[in-house]
Structures are given as C-alpha cells and as structure tokens.
Write a protein that binds this ligand. Structure first.
Ligand code: FMN
Length: 275
C-alpha cells in the first residue's frame, strides 16, 4: 500500500516532493511519470510531511496526514527578523509571579505549539506533565528541598554547598528559591533509550518558553528540580513518569510580576570562523 496518493489532475510532476524528501524515497522514474514510493523503500519514511507540505499544487496526500489537517502557512502572520531578534533578546527568566492562574486553554496552546519543535528523525516522542495546581507545585519544591537537605553533607564543592544551604534557609524562612512560588510547572520527559531524547525535550521546552513569553507569560527553567528528579524517589513518584522515562527539563510558569526595561549584556560569542 502506497504511503501517499497523487491527484493526477493537480500534479505537475515538478519533482519537488522527491527532492525535499529527507529519506530520498520518492521517485519519478521519468519526466512523464507521477511520483511514487517503491514498496521496499516505504519503511524509510519518517512521516515528516515535507512532500505534502512543499507541493504548491496540493497534489499529494500522505495516508497519515490528510491535507485538510495541514493548514496553509499564513506568511502574512510571520514576524520580521528584527521582531524575532527582539523577542529572543528580551525574554528573561522570571522568578516573581503574580498570584494568578494561567487558563487551561492557554496551557494547552503552549503545548500544542511546542509539539511543532523539531525532533531527531521526526521521532515526536517528547511528552509533558503539566502541574496546574499551585499547591502541588509548592509540594514539588518542598521535595527538592528535602533532597537538598539530605545531599548537603555530600556536596564536595564548598561554594555550591553554601548556595544550597542558602536555599534551604530561604525555604525555612518561607521563601521558595526552588520553584519561585510559580503557580505552574511544566515538565518535559521522554524515553531515555531514544537517540537525542534529551535534545528533543530541551528544544521543545525552549519553543514553549519563547511562545509563552510572546503570550505575556513568564517562565524560568527549573534546574534544581530537574536534577533532583533524577535521584529523589518521592519526587520521581510525584512526577509519575512512565517506566524508562526521564525528566529532561522543566519550567516554572505564570504571569510575571515585573516587566523588564533593558536587555542585559551577555558575553561575546565564542566563535571560531573557518574559511
Ligand atoms: C538548564 C537551565 C537550568 C536553570 N535552572 C534554574 C533554576 O533552577 N532556578 C533559577 O532561578 N533559574 C534557573 N535557570 C535560569 C538561569 O539562571 C538564567 O537563564 C540565566 O541567569 C540567564 O538569565 P535569562 O534567562 O533571564 O537570560 C536555569 C536556566 C537553564 C538554561
């Protein structure tokens, strides 16, 4: 069974579908022929949809991807490069949040956008856990503190140990320096034995973070929680990831309390140019 069907009235046999196919499995044996995929090559399809997406005539429909489910790109909605650059440079890690819940629909929108992030060989095996309840987010932070307390005597680096001591002291003083009192937490996870599992998750979470900023939300990567999630059993249970999965990142999320006015200075890029 062919992976796609060709509308012979629409197909102009321009070969674009064959050219862009990353697996190079589509053939047009001669200029008069319509595109086909030889049966012995079907297994190499990564279902990326490029063949259907590039066809200017809408002539190709993948079995897995009805053309009606592939919306036209609205080029008029794409931002200018300087708008994107400003977005990328203006985003900040947010550590103070308003006492305001993010609507479930908006959380869904964030995830729905982030699922368009690239994945190695189009695996699309990134998964999410969204903690919507602020009390539960606070409970997760308390678990990270529990773990930090237990690890404190084992931290070899003096400065790091002092840093951790300060976080514990702050917690005991009613200040959350782990998840920063954020109302929500979004955890990204994947099967550990997939190639590029971590990279896929990190890219997806970065997509989510940038889109969240564009939607007026604030985020901050939850590094302490991510580390603790690899070791602390009660936290692992609270995250409830499937067997064989690992938390590869998490972001706190909510409405930012403060608006930033300036873009802080960053190190010059360390680049080796070769020509
Ligand atoms: C992988 C990763 C883990 C991080 N973990 C934490 C964290 O646990 N707590 C925190 O307050 N900030 C955390 N951050 C935020 C960084 O401190 C922040 O990105 C950096 O200071 C630069 O600030 P900016 O994001 O506003 O540009 C983390 C960032 C990354 C990329």
């Amino acid at each position: 069974m062919s992976l796609f069907s060709i509308d012979r009235k629409k197909c102009k046999r321009d070969g674009r579908c064959a050219k862009v196919c990353p697996a190079q499995i589509i053939v047009l044996p001669d200029p008069e022929a319509f595109p086909t995929i030889p049966e012995n090559r079907e297994e190499f399809c990564i279902n990326c949809g490029h063949c259907a997406a590039v066809c200017p005539h809408g002539a190709l429909t993948l079995k897995t991807m009805p053309i009606a489910e592939c919306p036209d790109i609205r080029y008029e909605l794409l931002p200018e490069a300087d708008q994107i650059r400003q977005l990328l440079m203006a985003r900040r890690s947010i550590r103070f949040y308003k006492d305001r819940i993010v609507a479930h629909g908006l959380l869904e929108d964030l995830i729905d956008t982030a699922r368009h992030a690239p994945t190695a060989s189009n695996q699309q095996q990134v998964q999410w856990v969204v903690f919507e309840n602020p009390a539960e987010v606070n409970r997760l932070a308390s678990m990270v503190i529990d773990w930090t307390r237990s690890m404190l005597p084992l931290i070899p680096d003096e400065l790091m140990a002092k840093k951790m001591e300060n976080k514990i002291a702050a917690w005991d003083d009613g200040k959350d320096q782990i998840l920063r009192g954020a109302p929500h937490l979004i955890v990204v996870h994947s099967q550990t034995d997939l190639s590029f599992a971590e990279t896929n998750c990190v890219i997806a979470l970065t997509y989510l973070e940038l889109y969240a900023y564009a939607k007026g939300l604030g985020t901050c990567w939850a590094g302490y929680l991510t580390t603790a999630a690899g070791f602390h059993e009660p936290l692992k249970q609270a995250l409830g990831l499937p067997q064989g999965h690992k938390c590869f990142g998490a972001v706190m999320l909510g409405y930012p309390q403060y608006k930033y006015k300036r873009i802080p200075v960053r190190n010059a890029a360390a680049v080796t140019w070769r020509s």
